[in-house]
Design a protein around this ligand. Structure first.
Ligand code: 2AM
Length: 282
């Protein structure tokens, strides 16, 4: 592999989010250097998903650093927590003052505050960016919430705003503020989203167990709501989910176990909701 400084940005972390963001950046004309802790995934990616693109790979962080144009832009899309600190530590001897590290994972904003402060003292511009939209968003247009060292923004704006989703031509991406504010905004965004999902679950529970609607009838209600001020992605996909049947013609949603994290909180909420409904209906 050549070690010329050819790449506009490096992305570390070749799980689906990382791969899709790289392919999205490539579509927008940027040269991306891909790296992953398990290095064999770099070759797998280059030989499969990235085949025929301008994407380059590196087999070590040192090789990756050499392939980057200055200031170096290195984006981490790895598991939140110690993996981020480990990579930062390994990157430090390979970077110079004014280089940029971006954490695009789901880090706690307090960790991002800490990292931004300590890296700032070493001359590294640290950015924590919320990335929303899941795998599809990463591939074709995420909402991006970058914050941290503001001096990094002029070097990131073009890449970030090009790859982000657009609403009426406006990019769903702008500079959010200092320190961990990008991840803080993502946390608030998730809070609103999960509140919305809870409301949808409670509406489903009420329609199914209190009113006795069938799955198709519930789907009709959500479709109807989606034509009103409740119009949203979550309401739209709920109609599709409720209508979805397995091979025997039964609603698939009833076969999905109600045990994804936060089980106790969810269970208590359901119990509370049941009690309220029983009282209301008696
Ligand atoms: P891997 O492919 O080597 O497991 C999502 O899990 C991404 O985070 C993957 O790219 C994964 O690398 C990386 N990752 C998870 N834990 C990590 C760790 N402790 N150190 C470095 N990378 C890690």
């Amino acid at each position: 592999m050549s070690t010329e400084a050819v790449a506009d940005i490096a992305v570390i972390g070749l799980a689906v989010m990382g791969q899709n963001l790289i392919l999205n950046m490539n579509d927008h004309g940027f040269v991306v250097c891909a790296f992953n802790r398990t290095v064999s995934k770099v070759d797998d990616f280059l030989e499969n998903e990235a085949k025929g693109t301008k994407i380059v790979g590196a087999h070590s962080l040192a090789e990756m650093a050499k392939k980057l144009k200055r200031p170096r832009r290195v984006m981490l899309l790895v598991k939140a927590g110690s993996a981020v600190d480990d990579f930062i530590e390994q990157l430090l001897p390979l970077l110079e003052s004014g280089d940029i590290i971006i954490d695009g994972g789901n880090s706690e904003y307090t960790d991002t505050n800490r990292r931004a402060e300590s890296l700032g003292k070493k001359g590294i511009l640290y950015v924590g960016s919320g990335v929303s939209g899941g795998e599809e968003g990463a591939r074709f247009g995420p909402s991006l919430m970058p914050g941290g060292a503001e001096a990094a923004w002029p070097h990131l704006k073009d890449i970030f705003q090009s790859i982000s989703a657009k609403v009426d031509g406006e990019p769903c991406c702008d500079w959010v503020g200092l320190g961990g504010s990008g991840h803080f905004v993502k946390m608030v965004h998730n809070g609103i989203e999960y509140g919305d999902m809870q409301l949808i679950c409670e509406a489903y529970h009420l329609m199914k167990d209190a009113v006795g609607l069938s799955h198709d009838e519930m789907a009709d209600v959500f479709d109807q709501w989606n034509k009103t001020e409740l119009d949203s992605f979550l309401v739209e996909i709920t109609a599709g989910i409720l209508r979805f049947k397995d091979e025997k013609g039964n609603a698939l949603v009833e076969q999905i176990r109600d045990t994804a994290g936060q089980v106790i909180a969810h269970f208590l909420l359901r119990q509370m909701f049941r009690k309220c409904m029983t009282r209301l209906l008696s």
